[in-house]
Design a protein around this ligand. Sequence first.
Ligand code: 3PG
Length: 395
Amino acid sequence: MICSVKQYSTITNGSDIFLRQSTRPPMQRSLLLPSLPVQKSQRSVISVQKALHVSAIESFGSPKPRTSLIKCQAYEADRSQPIESNIELPKADTRSEAAKKLKIGVYFAMWWALNVVFNIYNKKVLNAYPFPWLTSTLSLACGSLIMLISWATRIAEVPKTDMDFWKALFPVAVAHTIGHVAATVSMSKVAVSFTHIIKSGEPAFSVLVSRFLLGESFPTSVYLSLLPIIGGCGLAALTELNFNMIGFMGAMISNLAFVFRNIFSKRGMKGKSVSGMNYYACLSMLSLIILTPFAIAVEGPAMWKAGFETAFSQIGPNLIWWMAAQSVFYHLYNQVSYMSLDEISPLTFSIGNTMKRISVIVSSIIIFHTPVQPVNALGAAIAIFGTFLYSQSKQ
Ligand code: 3PG
């Protein structure tokens, strides 16, 4: 039994209270805590196997019966959920449940808002400076730099990783890199809204890959939910005024790559204890290493320089701000999305992701004055409705 007690900035182990008492004279104990006349028979007052953080202690030395002497809220040191124990926890469950809901709500709001901002700046950059391979590399580089600084300054805890972790992460990073570049290439060729309408078809890719490559089967309702997804995306693509095959294929490849990213992630990362934030940080760094040589080969410094001079002469210093904003917001929205994945089920995550796409589609249509035909909007709505049906069927 290990129990941590924090009081007046003095931290001691609960084991001092409950276990070492028999070997220490009372004076010694009182140096650590106010007089606490604990007897051997009271060792069973807290019966918890894991490390505890006792957040509040009241009524030490009170003449009241022992059962009400110590009122505390005990939490496992590494979790925010109360654990089962015989410690009194009045209404703690309800409070922590409400706090958790609030936290997830804040994560979701931040995730969508950051994603909207990223998409807007990304498109502004790509319109002026159409080098999607460089743009993708910069966003990964910026995220990697942010996390290296966070680790160096101890803002974020440095993850404990080993060779097995990086080996398991490698295929995830390859898929993440392909998915990221493909989406950026797509957005350099078509409207942001169109890329995201096609990207809302990701569940269809997930089911088809799982069914035909992994041999998994699903309830009929899941297959049926694919009809509006595929039909809606198809209708939106056919009626898209600025249709471009590279833009369409980029979004499709991104969908396929992200399905593989999720499969590799699920398979390889089981049992690895790295937080969502650090997991995404490591993913960014590995993706950056993978992507850089390809970005140089496909576009290269000569093209980047010439393109930059032209774009800068037209846009001015704002171009640099836009590039910085798209890079920073790309990292932030992904980081928040991985942090929320820590807190919610993959199903809730996928519903959140669909809602995110609606925010991006609507806001980008408004900001970029994207021409939309009614039948095109109908296709998008059907596809998105299909993703909701898909989520419900999977439930
Ligand atoms: C990217 O650049 O990686 C894509 O825009 C990602 O899109 P998503 O996170 O909305 O799937």
